[in-house]
Design a protein around this ligand. Structure first.
Ligand SMILES: NC(=O)c1ccc[n+]([C@@H]2O[C@H](COP(=O)([O-])OP(=O)(O)OC[C@H]3O[C@@H](n4cnc5c(N)ncnc54)[C@H](O)[C@@H]3O)[C@@H](O)[C@H]2O)c1
Length: 248
């Protein structure tokens, strides 16, 4: 098992990539806290983990609210005694070119997608510093690497996560805290299912050298590697999980 004796806090684990990551980490030996604002679905992830012989607690909170994040980190440490791994996955998608994006929508997307990552790191890192080690995996997107039409706020947030990853890798490398980032391509989760018609799906598949979209488990396996000791010499890495899309 690759993360045995580790305690992980996974945000956004009620659905999609976050749930797949939480299930995989639990199968690989981690004890987990799940932070999501969807109480029912977060509880379902924890229940699935328990059913498969793992241990997880579902915490309800909004990653954009400092009091919720601080409480979640406290609850994780109270329950499990430590915090080794943080996976920042929670996000909302938003469509719109810059001139068409209302200021309140910009603020809402940046609050969840970028400030949420900052807040979780801000509250988890002091605990990792006390322990003398830690691994943070941020889920950004290929949208943070290249321009994708009509995603001004979302892409800005994802680009911000990439910059913040490198910044924190530099700041906390000497403290043995590794910070890495994954940039998935279109991944078949509830976030995209709503807009993914069969025609669009076929078109997108053709755009990828591997002629496929990503599945949540593809991203989860990359997160597992980056969080595990196998990646102990990796920090500040921005890893596309994109079927070769950004290689073109
Ligand atoms: N699906 C894709 O195609 C794709 C591609 C690239 C990057 N990503 C990124 O992967 C991550 C997961 O995406 P997904 O497709 O699994 O999405 P999803 O919508 O299936 O899951 C996101 C989860 O985050 C939770 N969440 C949202 N806002 C929250 C908040 N403020 N506080 C707490 N929880 C909150 C939701 O309740 C949900 O459980 C996101 O960061 C997303 O931007 C997804």
């Amino acid at each position: 098992m690759r993360v045995v004796n580790n305690v992980a806090l996974v945000t956004g684990a009620a659905s999609g990539i976050g749930r797949a990551t939480a299930l995989l980490f639990a199968a690989e030996g981690a004890r987990e806290a799940i932070l999501d604002w969807n109480c029912e679905a977060g509880g379902e992830t924890a229940r699935l983990i328990g059913e498969r012989g793992g241990e997880a607690v579902a915490l309800v909170g909004d990653v954009s609210k400092e009091e919720d994040v601080a409480a979640a980190v406290r609850a994780t440490v109270d329950r499990f005694g430590r915090l080794d791994i943080l996976v920042n996955d929670a996000a909302i998608e938003f469509w719109g070119k810059a001139a068409d994006t209302k200021v309140e929508d910009w603020d809402r997307v940046l609050a969840v997608d970028l400030r949420g990552v900052f807040l979780c790191c801000k509250h988890a890192i002091p605990r990792m510093l006390e322990q003398g080690s830690g691994a943070i995996v941020n889920i950004a997107s290929v949208n943070g690497l290249v321009g994708i039409p009509a995603h001004a706020a979302y892409n800005a947030a994802k680009g911000g996560i990439i910059a913040l990853t490198r910044q924190m890798a530099v700041d906390y490398g000497p403290d043995n805290i590794r910070v890495n980032c994954i940039c998935p391509t279109t991944t078949e989760t509830p976030m995209v299912e709503a807009v993914l018609t069969e025609d669009l799906r076929r078109y997108l598949i053709q755009q990828h050298p591997l002629r496929r979209l990503a599945q949540p488990e593809d991203v989860a396996y990359a997160a597992l590697y980056l969080a595990s000791d196998e990646a102990s010499c990796l920090t500040g890495v921005i890893l596309p999980v994109d079927g070769g899309w950004t290689a073109q």
